[in-house]
Design a protein around this ligand. Structure first.
Ligand SMILES: [Zn+2]
Length: 247
């Protein structure tokens, strides 16, 4: 059985140092997420749990080349503060914290970093700072949410409402029904978009995300030029989250 440990925190400093010095570690993932209200029926850890799963399993496919930083589990969620229990940090604090984590990895010798996001509210704050951070770090630094990698036809085939990720709706409820069904409080579903969620849809969509993120990392390590803007999926197609234009 090969070593399946991918989290930086699961390695000793000796193991990490030796893997860097021997050129074994070629890339790192910095997961970013949220702890925020997810409607009445989903536990608030949702986005953190999802992005951590994607990061861990994508990294394992490329083990031991890819390590995963400790997930950043509180993001920019000011827009949900009316719902008690949501935790948020200011945009500038969040961006600088993410930068410092990336900087730590760069100082250790990591030359490819994917900030892998699982919460929509983090997209614009980080994307606005990304060119500056790329310049300061001088390495191959990318930002994408794990859903950016989806084939739009796959999304259309499985999402009755055509939206992905949405918020605590069909997609996020379906994937949680597959990953951790005890975290879906089905008796409390009040939203018609969440009511059409199924475990089968979740199962069908988890694997392609893991495969897509692993492929993205492979391409980063290979030094390929990657054209993959931050996306959201709507019934009429993919939208670039920065420009609101169809892709
Ligand atoms: Zn969510």
């Amino acid at each position: 059985m090969s070593d399946q440990r991918v989290f930086v925190g699961d390695l000793t400093r000796k193991e990490f140092r030796e893997r860097i010095e021997q050129g074994v570690i070629k890339a790192a993932i910095v997961p970013t997420a949220a702890t925020e209200q997810h409607n009445e029926h989903l536990e608030m850890i949702h986005d953190t749990l999802h992005v951590t799963y994607m990061a861990e399993h994508a990294a394992r496919r490329l083990a031991p080349q890819v390590v995963v930083a400790t997930p950043i589990s509180i993001g920019v969620s000011e827009h949900w503060m009316a719902h008690k229990g949501t935790l948020t940090v200011r945009q500038e604090v969040f961006c600088e914290y993410v930068y410092d984590v990336c900087h730590s990895l760069q100082r250790a010798g990591v030359t490819n970093i994917l900030i892998l996001n699982g919460h929509g509210g983090n997209v614009k704050p980080i994307m606005r700072r990304l060119p500056e951070y790329q310049e300061k770090l001088g390495i191959n630094l990318r930002f994408n949410s794990y859903w950016d990698v989806y084939d739009p036809q796959l999304v259309q085939a499985h999402m009755a409402k055509g939206r992905l990720p949405g918020h605590a709706c069909e997609y996020e409820t379906s994937t949680m029904l597959f990953l951790a069904p005890q975290r879906v409080h089905t008796a409390d579903i009040t939203d018609e978009n969440a009511a059409v969620a199924t475990r089968e849809k979740g199962e069908a969509l988890i694997e392609p995300a893991v495969a897509g993120v692993a492929d993205l990392l492979r391409r980063m390590i290979a030094g390929e030029t990657i054209d993959l803007p931050p996306l959201t999926f709507r019934p009429d197609g993919r939208i670039n989250m920065m420009t609101n234009e169809p892709v």
